[in-house]
Design a binder for this molecule. Structure first.
Ligand code: C5P
Ligand code: MG
Length: 158
């Protein structure tokens, strides 16, 4: 039977402030500043969770984790991805994640040295192989030195 393909897309941004480390894709990256957030501020995982939900028009992570709910303070973003996956499976059944393409925009620190670790972490959360997780790192060319941003596109099929 022919597979049906769906694209998902998500984005997120947080302000850099306070002490590091900075969480990127579930990896604690050495950084003088962390991400200011209600949860642990992992932009890549927030964008990933939104991308998963968007593929089948399931809303966004605010539906599963209302920002107004104080019980989500300091939440581990790996939990957000697990909940998004769970929600996806409950709504549409078994879905295959074909690949993930992510862009993280951050002036400093450089993330290249962490690429393999981040890809392995994201792949582990999704139950796919690291070679299906493409990671692009960009600076803002100094235009947004206090921000970390992530954009994630993924392809799903069933
Ligand atoms: O933004 P720009 O194109 O100048 O980034 C140059 C390169 O630096 C990127 O292609 C990427 O390999 C690397 N980079 C990185 N970590 C960042 C930003 C950029 O490794 N936080
Ligand atoms: Mg976020």
């Amino acid at each position: 039977m022919q597979r049906e393909f769906r694209v998902g897309h998500g984005q997120d941004a947080h302000r850099l402030a306070g002490a590091g480390p900075l969480l990127v894709g579930g990896v604690r990256v050495e950084s003088p500043r962390g991400a200011l957030a209600h949860s642990d501020g992992d932009v890549l995982l927030h964008a990933l969770a939104d991308a998963l939900l968007s593929a089948y028009a399931l809303g966004d992570i605010g539906r599963l984790f209302p920002p107004s709910d104080p019980s989500h303070a300091g939440l581990d973003s790996r939990e957000i991805v697990a909940r998004a996956l769970d929600d996806l499976h409950r709504h549409v059944g078994a879905v295959r994640i074909e690949n993930v393409a992510a862009v993280v925009t951050l002036d400093a620190p450089k993330l290249g040295a962490w690429r393999e670790e981040i890809a392995a972490s994201v792949a582990g959360l999704l139950g796919i192989t690291p070679d299906a997780v493409g990671l692009t790192f960009k600076t803002s060319e100094g235009m947004a030195p206090d921000h970390v941003q992530a954009s994630v596109t993924l392809l799903l099929s069933r």
